[in-house]
Design a protein around this ligand. Structure first.
Ligand SMILES: *Cc1c(COP(=O)(O)O)cnc(C)c1O
Length: 397
């Protein structure tokens, strides 16, 4: 059975809040409390160390990986959870480069999230083998895939503008040029339909605290195409990626399956929260999510353009080229966003001038969109943002 959206009753959202930031941190699914409290009280509290076997804490990273895998078209046993996305980017890149030992270029684009680029820069420095990170404009990615390129590393949806890359075109160009393809699905998993198996990309990575609602600090995921799993050599060769961790052998021997991308002890409580959070996806069809997301974003754009002339659309106008967020540029965007948040309409701000709004159809409907625009137009028409308290910047924007 396919569920009709939204399914707001499955989430705990503060009364009166319009939450347009699920692209940054998803809200709390109702299923999480009970599961976490059972986990803490019975499993940790009563079973203690026995939990690793009795409650299968050891199986969590792959078990929860399968739940995430279903949303990105990954076959069972090809996705594992753990660490942070920055670490998973490093793992994918460090596994991909030796697959093309004669090539030295990592290709990415200027719309990528800085951490992905920083991790590539750190790896290149560490390898000290003459690699180059080549960063081109998003619209130039296809043409820049030449036979010099070892690895194409692209984030499908631009965190700032929401612009979405064509995964099929880029992956097939990468493969035609003999390059390895890594997709970052940070703003895709749970937001747009993705089919990594059909794409045949070698690696995909992403995080689970955004559209997958796993909570702050929820572990990241990595997918490895099953036919190459046993050929890749993990650079982060921690004991839980060993074939037999409890044999305590002196030499590293990677596990024969996706578990070789594990590193150390998993964050069991955090993963328990994610496992419970993933229950909201049972019966949800990603095509329905996408259709509803487009309807909500189109409504938002139309209303904002009609009522907030000071804002300029900073996302692609064609919904087919947009992920599940809409961005508007505004000179006083930071203060305006703070004024909006003060009225319980939550979006966020990305330097230098982008007001960012995420559309998450599991818990948003058209009335939320209209209310958000009511408040936004009030903030702009009456210059409610023009107050010193809205200019103070916190550590996180
Ligand atoms: C959110 C995001 C990250 C964050 O990485 P963490 O290590 O989980 O903090 C990295 N890359 C992209 C593309 C993102 O959107």
């Amino acid at each position: 059975m396919t569920l009709a959206l939204p399914i707001k009753d499955q989430f705990i959202l503060p009364e009166g809040m319009v939450y347009l930031d699920g692209n940054s941190l998803g809200p709390l699914p109702r299923s999480v409390h009970a599961h976490l409290s059972e986990m803490v009280t019975d499993q940790w509290g009563q079973h203690l160390i026995k939990g690793w076997n009795q409650d299968d804490w050891m199986g969590q990273p792959v078990r929860v990986g399968d739940l995430v895998g279903r949303l990105i078209g990954a076959p069972k046993g090809s996705v594992v959870l753990g660490d942070t996305l920055s670490i998973k980017v490093f793992q994918a890149l460090s596994a991909a480069l030796p697959m093309r030992p004669d090539r030295k270029v990592i290709l990415s684009d200027s719309g990528n999230f800085p951490s992905d680029l920083y991790m590539a820069q750190g790896l290149i420095r560490h390898l000290n083998a003459g690699h180059e990170l080549r960063i081109v404009a998003p619209e130039d990615v296809l043409d820049a895939i030449t036979d010099e390129v070892a690895v194409v590393m692209i984030t499908q949806v631009d965190y700032r503008s929401g612009r979405m890359h064509d995964m099929t075109a880029i992956t097939s160009r990468a493969h035609d040029a003999g390059a390895v393809m890594i997709w970052d699905l940070a703003h895709s998993a749970g937001a747009v339909p993705v089919d990594v198996a059909a794409l045949q990309c070698e690696f995909a990575v992403g995080c689970t605290y955004k559209y997958l609602n796993g909570g702050p600090g929820a572990p990241a995921f990595i997918y490895v195409r099953p036919d190459i799993t046993t050929d890749i050599a993990p650079a982060l060769s921690g004991w839980l990626g060993h074939d037999m961790p409890f044999a305590f052998e002196p030499d590293y021997r990677p596990a024969k399956d996706i578990e070789r991308m594990r590193v150390g002890t998993p964050p069991v409580l955090q993963m328990a929260a994610l496992e419970a959070a993933m229950q909201v996806w049972a019966g949800v069809d990603m095509d329905d999510v996408r259709a509803a997301s487009i309807a909500l974003s189109e409504l938002f754009i139309a209303e904002v353009e009609a009522r907030c002339p000071k804002l300029t659309l900073a996302s692609p106008r064609d919904p087919a080229q947009r992920g599940s967020q809409v961005s508007f540029a505004f000179e006083h965007g930071y203060a305006a966003m703070q004024a909006l948040i003060a009225q319980d309409v939550i979006g966020d701000f990305r330097a230098p001038n982008i007001m960012r709004f995420g559309f998450t159809p599991l818990y948003l409907d058209a009335s939320d969109v209209r209310r958000a625009v009511d408040v936004l137009s009030d903030v702009l028409d009456n210059r409610l943002w023009d107050q010193p308290r809205f200019l103070a910047k916190g550590r996180v924007t």
